[in-house]
Design a protein. Sequence first.
Length: 265
Amino acid sequence: MAKANVLILSGYGINCEVETGWAFEMAGADKVVTAHVNRVVSGEVPLKDFSVLVFPGGFSFGDHIASGRVLGIKVKQQLGPQLADFVRSGRLVIGICNGFQVLVKIGLLPGDDETVFGEQKATLAHNDSARYEDRWVTLKVNAKNKSPFLRGITTLPCAVRHGEGKFLAFDHELARIRAHNMVAFQYVDKTGNPTQEYPQNPNGSEQAIAGITNKRGNILGLMPHPEVFISKTQHPHWTRLPELEEEGPGLKIFRNAIEYVKNEL
């Protein structure tokens, strides 16, 4: 059984590393290390010692130039070959909110089957509302996406906290994403159908896309924050929803990752 060691990047405006670490600890990780990106770049914290790499939420480098752009450039230039080997080995990468923005802007998502890093063909643009959105939404999982992160999940109530979350892609790239079932999550309305209507779709994402994977499924990026719903008491209406289980449904994503590493990697 492989060790499920998780590395969470920190530094330069990232601010969701603590709750993301709690989620992985609750999910049964053998070791969770939160390290400043410079410690990883220098080799003080070797990437090769981990089986899950996390780009958590926040406002890396103050969102200068564009959300996730500066951190993405730093990671790609200084860790690119190591990160490519990490992905090729089948180990897992997850980017949440700002982390999703990083993965898209360096081409890890949607990604390239051979080179791992593809050209940037998608982005997360400013919300249609032209403001920061802090609200709860409902996500639907694409049942045809076989990513280990998504196993056993059909719908997921989740919080969004972003100003640039509108998923856009070139037409041909969007067609490729759909053809290979790389859509992971979509924003849905009360009937469970993907929607472009605000506020159920908080940003106007094309085809209601809230998250995608690479073709292999070992890289996941999503704008909502599953790490903030790992206990039922984190839901704003938990006292009025007796059907909620003690364990928040967001924890399932992290548990899936740990179980995959321990049993299949």
